[in-house]
Ligand binder design. Structure first.
Ligand code: GRF
Length: 201
């Protein structure tokens, strides 16, 4: 897989750790970022994984930037592209050209709380449950078919930071498990949703 990340890279680290421990049969062929200072890039380099950033400002449009970033990722010949804390919208043409090959981890129980500041959104809505979702990326922002979710309670006294920390702890095993299923060929994107072990769900 190739991993796209914009920041801290703790989800990337969870994937790297699972591979190193032998619990995830997969390889990370490259890490790509829109931010040269992303900690994720350093985590990759420390593990001997090629890491590269491209600056959006160097491109005339989002479409051109996305085409270049994904072309760079494609050079590493990944079967799967994992957006793990990748904070940019992806151009529809780029997504449509790779059906079922891009997944994203989003910190909410989709379809609730799309977009940014999801933990604050959950608090503002007085949600009693919150969590994270891994979904196929389609041209619909945070709207592609959900593959798997992890739930946590919202506790009295929570703020966005405490809630984010509780969710993040569950994101790491959720992402690893989802990639494990994809790597084993147990899940695929179908025209009308998701196929699990060859059965439409
Ligand atoms: C995670 O909460 C992820 O769900 C969201 O951005 C955060 C990235 O964290 N899209 P990290 O960079 O993987 O530590």
């Amino acid at each position: 897989m190739a991993v796209l990340a914009s920041g801290r890279g703790s989800n990337l680290q969870a994937l790297m750790d699972a591979i190193a421990e032998g619990t995830l049969e997969a390889d990370i062929v490259g890490v790509f970022s829109d931010r040269s200072k992303a900690v994720a890039l350093q985590r990759a380099r420390d593990a001997g994984i090629p890491a590269r950033s491209l600056a959006p400002k160097a491109f005339a449009s989002r479409a051109e930037f996305d085409a270049a970033l994904f072309a760079a990722a494609d050079e590493a010949r990944p079967d799967l592209i994992v957006c793990a804390g990748y904070m940019r919208l992806i151009d529809a043409a780029v997504v449509d050209a790779r059906p079922g090959r891009i997944i994203n981890i989003h910190p909410s129980l989709l379809p609730e709380f799309k977009g940014l500041h999801t933990h604050q959104q959950a608090l503002d809505a007085a949600a009693t449950e919150h969590g994270a979702s891994v979904h196929f990326v389609t041209a619909d922002l945070d709207g592609g078919p959900v593959i798997a979710q992890a739930r946590v309670p919202v506790l009295p006294g929570d703020d966005a930071d405490t809630l984010a920390a509780r969710v993040l702890e569950r994101e790491h095993p959720l992402l690893v498990e989802t990639v494990r299923w994809l790597a084993a060929g147990r899940i695929a994107l179908a025209e009308d949703g998701i196929q699990v072990d060859g059965v439409a769900s």
